[in-house]
Design a protein around this ligand. Structure first.
Ligand SMILES: [Zn+2]
Length: 88
């Protein structure tokens, strides 16, 4: 799989990767009462575009994932931890 994430805008919601109800698909679950910083993210997966809501922690983890080619800021530059809020 070839995955690229690009941050679109700040979006206050539960993170789809770590705060959904039900069994965890990826990594560690974060309790819903914990305030995460979440973003609307455009994901390109094998040339198909899907939208996600992801927290800063999951985006940082995505940077380290072998399946994720790139994580980009709103302006198209590589993901930076500057100005972001992390729980873990
Ligand atoms: Zn998350």
């Amino acid at each position: 799989m070839n995955i690229t994430f690009k941050i679109d805008s700040a979006f206050d919601d539960y993170c789809q990767m770590c705060q959904q109800l039900g069994p965890p698909e990826f990594g560690v679950k974060t309790h819903r009462s914990l305030p995460t910083q979440t973003w609307k993210v455009e994901g390109t997966i094998d040339d198909e575009i899907k939208w996600f809501v992801l927290c800063s922690d999951c985006l940082r983890n995505a940077c380290k994932s072998d399946e994720v080619a790139e994580v980009l800021e709103q302006d198209g530059t590589p993901f930076t931890e500057n100005g972001k809020f992390f729980l873990r």
